[in-house]
Design a protein around this ligand. Structure first.
Ligand SMILES: [Zn+2]
Ligand SMILES: [Zn+2]
Length: 892
């Protein structure tokens, strides 16, 4: 169904009444769907798939704004544009949400069993998915919904199995015992990203271990005394003189009596504590590495639920807290405890449930990273993949060069199940099929699938091609891979972006995009992170309901720069809604103006540019400004400076077009000259129609509504051509002259404000035009109206006034405007004002003088910069002379 556009533009800008209907219309017209055109290179952005269980937050709003702007800009350029949307099953977060729902009815996932639990999860997912997707739509996301993918859909799931099998067959996937982050409540391994670290106040215990066969002791310190039960060595630095004689000997572990070797390892910091450390390879990441280097046994003293196991001897079955208290008591009793101090240290908590995470030895699946990392490092180094902002390239390289093997298994039910099957005969079958019916070795049919699922980043890493049909050779894959830009938050540069790069190279033979654009986080107006506990969250759905998506998008884009965090406040969004209102009102003005005359249009209906010979100075000025803007925006877009592009359009429309040009036309349109009136109407509509197209990617709804009411060509601004700059239309002289007039108006306005003259009152003026006589002549009516001086008539002077009476004197370049505010001016105040201005100009002269006497500057800066500085110097000196003369005249 196509909504009809009312003939008349509504009186007021009300985003709520236009945004929804326009989105539906674009969708119905199929404008979001990417079409394959073999003649053209497409523009492709793959959306970072939001977590399906997530609620729309400002991070989403920001990425939608950036990616939608880029997509709309390319689409208007006529480039086949694919913005591919998706949703992520969210692994542990997804499972946790459903478990929480079950808990409301007193149920656990174990109560339901795997199959029933997963049925439950799917029902919830459908519900969540439609919610998050409709929220994305309210933001105006012009993504191709016909190519939407969910990570758990059959296609991407098959890609996951195929990728796993290929890596396994290549020997890059292996199963091994490693130390991982373990949540004893969720009973799963966690990635580093899923662990929150916090500083806590705890204690540090110094223990002494007796050297075997001697009466010496060695002291070690620990924040977790219960783990001493799993100690398998004591380590010291190889250069530490204090302990050199002990290396190679043994200590007797208190309580358990085990013999532990004393080893030398360079990772030990001799300056920390006693310089000797206990080594617990099964429960500490650093100790794990020391253990590997010295092939120490790994003794796990904990059960998966976090209680102590049989290896903990008499403490078996106790919680870590109980065991800690009891171990310390025994050590103290037996004389092995030296001292206890307060100590702040970092503790990791499960991001889902808050339980303290245990480093734990466990049998997991891993990907060997080195062979995958190497080509991924190369593409960043040789510029095949470029980072915006550039500094993130260093971060990326640092990570990739220090990469560890990746633990890809998770002890969850929700996710892509590991495609490994175990037969009774001991055979391990890795498959890209959904199931395995028969063992290829023994022919047996009793096979069990690995119970674990894959880390969500495994499927996310394949996202740039699994969504295009891989492992099949599809038309989409051939045309849209590799994509163009990957746009995401810098916080997942490693977790996601790096994985897409190395998987892309591994499976597709080339990196999946040429540019990585990283945005910052959205913070509150004080620069604090938004959080529910702080109560400073600005909810995008609430704010768009009040001010519109256009205003929110515009705010998010113009408030920031790539890679930088930004501050967001409701007032800023409101201010940008007011920007919308300003353009709305300007359009209403233009529509009224063109009612009274016809508009020249091209064959396709687009308003034509005004005829050059008929243009006034104001027309030439605004047209020059538009062409300059159009050219600059193109450059800014090409360099991903979207925020600056938005700010420039804002400045142009609000100030130059609305505040100056439209005001100028009020004089003309009320005048008698039909030719000038026609040109003004033509200019008004031509500039507005084109600038709406420039603004469209930023504020899609508002611009569409207004554009539809103006003379235009085509069915939608969304598919209208992007304006091309015609720099031959830039008239530098017109720009200079008009801007001289603007400066004069501002000077008069300031003077009126300073002397307390009512803003609406007409005052008279005498003008010594200096070299600007022609400008004054041609812009006289405009100047008069905007500055409210002279009522359209001026008294021009051939020379500067000899003995001015009580006047305010304004010096603009070499022109002088005298405002004889008889009876309204306080002479003392006027003298004070002149003195201040003289001071300012003197400072300017001093600054310029300093620069020009600097050998470094004059010899090294580009010639035109130095020349400009010289010009500025001499014009400031002229100005100073004039101001001093005026002050002298008032002295009497
Ligand atoms: Zn947990
Ligand atoms: Zn078998």
């Amino acid at each position: 169904m196509t909504p009809t556009i009312p003939d008349e533009l509504a009186k007021n800008y009300d985003p709520a009444t236009i945004e929804g209907p326009w989105y539906d219309r674009w969708y119905d017209m199929g404008y979001f769907t990417a079409l394959i055109d073999p003649e053209k290179k497409p523009f492709v952005v793959i959306m970072p798939p939001p977590n399906v269980t997530g609620e729309l937050h400002m991070g989403h709003a920001l990425f939608v704004a950036v990616e939608d702007i880029l997509s709309r800009w390319h689409r208007m350029h006529g480039t086949p544009t694919l913005w591919l949307p998706g949703a992520d099953h969210a692994g542990i977060a997804g499972q946790w949400v459903v478990e929480r729902e079950l808990a409301k009815n007193g149920l656990t996932r174990q109560d339901l069993g795997r199959e029933l639990f997963l049925e439950n999860v799917w029902e919830w997912m459908d519900l969540y998915r439609s919610r998050i997707l409709s929220q994305l739509r309210t933001l105006g996301a012009s993504c191709d919904w016909t190519r939407f993918h969910f990570t758990m859909d059959p296609g991407p799931s098959r890609a996951v199995r195929a990728a796993f099998k290929r890596l396994y067959d290549k020997g890059l996937i292996y199963r091994g015992e490693r130390l991982i982050n373990w949540c004893p409540r969720c009973m799963t391994a966690l990635s580093d990203l899923e662990v929150d670290h916090e500083e806590v106040q705890g204690s540090i215990w110094t223990l002494r271990y007796p050297i075997t066969g001697s009466d010496e002791y060695i002291e070690v310190a620990t924040t977790r005394p219960e783990t001493m039960l799993g100690d398998t060595a004591v380590a010291v630095h190889p250069d530490d003189e204090r302990y050199r004689h002990l290396v190679g000997r043994f200590v007797t572990l208190p309580i358990l009596g085990r013999q532990l070797p004393i080893v030398a390892d360079a990772a030990v910091d001799p300056g920390f504590g006693t310089g000797a450390v206990k080594v617990t390879p099964a429960h500490d990441p650093n100790d794990f590495e020391i253990g590997r280097r010295h092939t120490l046994p790994m003794i796990n003293v904990m059960n998966l639920d976090g209680t102590m196991n049989d290896a903990a001897g008499q403490f078996s079955g106790q919680s870590t807290q109980e065991a800690r208290k009891n171990v310390v008591a025994v050590l103290d009793e037996e004389g092995f405890l030296v001292e206890v101090h307060e100590h702040t240290h970092s503790v990791g908590r499960c991001q889902r449930c808050g339980t303290i995470v245990e480093p734990m030895i466990s049998k997991q699946w891993f990907i060997e990273m080195k062979p995958l990392a190497e080509p991924a490092i190369e593409v960043a180094k040789n510029g095949t993949v470029r980072f915006v902002p550039e500094r993130f390239k260093g971060t990326y390289l640092h990570w990739m060069e220090n990469i560890h093997d990746w633990c890809i298994s998770r002890q969850l039910w929700w996710g892509h199940r590991i495609p490994v099957w175990y037969c009774d005969c001991g055979e391990i079958v890795v498959t890209d099929q959904e199931t395995v019916q028969q063992c290829p070795k023994c022919g047996g049919t009793h096979l069990e699938q690995d119970p674990d699922v894959l880390d969500t980043w495994f499927s996310s890493g394949l996202w740039t091609f699994s969504t295009l049909g891989w492992p099949d050779d599809t038309e989409d894959l051939r045309y849209f891979y590799p994509g163009s830009v990957m746009e995401t938050g810098y916080d997942i540069l490693f977790f996601w972006v790096a994985r897409m790069i190395f998987f892309g190279i591994e499976f597709m033979g080339e990196a999946p995009f040429h540019t990585v654009y990283l945005h910052g986080t959205v913070r509150d107006e004080l620069g604090q992170r938004m959080s529910k506990t702080k109560g400073n969250v600005i909810d995008p759905t609430v704010i768009t309901r009040e001010f519109g998506s256009d205003a929110l998008r515009f705010t998010l884009i113009t408030a920031g720069a790539p890679g930088a965090d930004m501050k967001l406040s409701e007032q800023r969004v409101e201010a940008n809604r007011n920007f919308g209102t300003k353009i709305w009102n300007a359009t209403r003005y233009v529509l009224r103006a063109i009612e009274s005359g016809s508009i020249a249009r091209a064959a396709d209906g687009t308003p034509l540019a005004p005829v050059a010979s008929d243009m006034t100075l104001a027309d030439r000025w605004i047209l020059s400004k538009l062409e300059r803007l159009t050219a600059d925006i193109e450059d800014l877009f090409a360099n991903y400076q979207l925020g600056e592009a938005g700010r420039r359009i804002y400045e142009f429309l609000w100030s130059e077009y609305c505040d100056w040009y439209i005001e100028s036309t009020k004089v003309v349109l009320n005048g008698e000259d039909e030719a000038t009136r026609t040109t003004a109407r033509q200019t008004l509509v031509y500039i507005l129609e084109r600038s709406l197209r420039l603004l469209h990617p930023f504020m899609p709804f508002l611009t569409e509504e207004l554009w539809q009411h103006l003379p235009h060509s085509g069915d939608s601004i969304m598919i209208a051509p992007w304006p091309e700059a015609d720099e031959t239309r830039i008239d530098a002289q017109a720009v200079n002259e008009y801007e001289f007039m603007m400066e004069a108006v501002r000077a008069v306005r300031n003077a009126r404000a300073e002397t307390g003259v009512d803003a609406g009152a007409w005052i008279s003026a005498m003008i010594y035009p200096g070299s600007h006589a022609e400008t004054f002549q041609s812009l006289e009516p405009v100047f008069s109206l905007l500055a409210r001086v002279g009522k359209g008539r001026f008294e021009y002077r051939e020379a500067q006034l000899e003995a001015p009476q009580a006047v305010v004197t304004l010096v603009i370049d070499d022109a002088i405007i005298y405002l004889p505010l008889a009876g309204m001016v306080d002479l003392d105040a006027e003298r004070e004002r002149l003195r201040k201005e003289i001071e300012q100009v003197e400072e300017e002269i001093a600054r310029a003088g300093q620069l020009l006497s600097n050998e470094n500057f004059t010899s090294r800066a580009p010639a035109e910069v130095v020349d400009r500085q010289r010009e500025r110097m001499s014009s400031s000196q002229e100005r100073l002379a004039l101001l001093q003369a005026r002050l002298g005249e008032l002295a009497g």
